[in-house]
Design a protein around this ligand. Sequence first.
Ligand SMILES: [Zn+2]
Length: 83
Amino acid sequence: MTMDTILFNGITVGRLIPWLAAVAVLYAALKIYKALFAKKKVNLQHTVYFVCSNCGWEGHISKFGTRCPKCDAAAGNLGAGSE
Ligand SMILES: [Zn+2]
């Protein structure tokens, strides 16, 4: 196979290589982005899923936070499975 090998519709291997390179760069960028995003997710380990019994707000709050970010009610049963 040479650079002048026609693959389809008159498109040669040589014409395709820049596109393949572009795809490779895009793929690498996506991988880097995912790696950065995965690192951000690690921070979630320091948060707990919390549902406020007072106002119904739900989301992740800091493990060390003891108050609802919306209504400021005390979050007494953080991470507790039983009542
Ligand atoms: Zn609340």
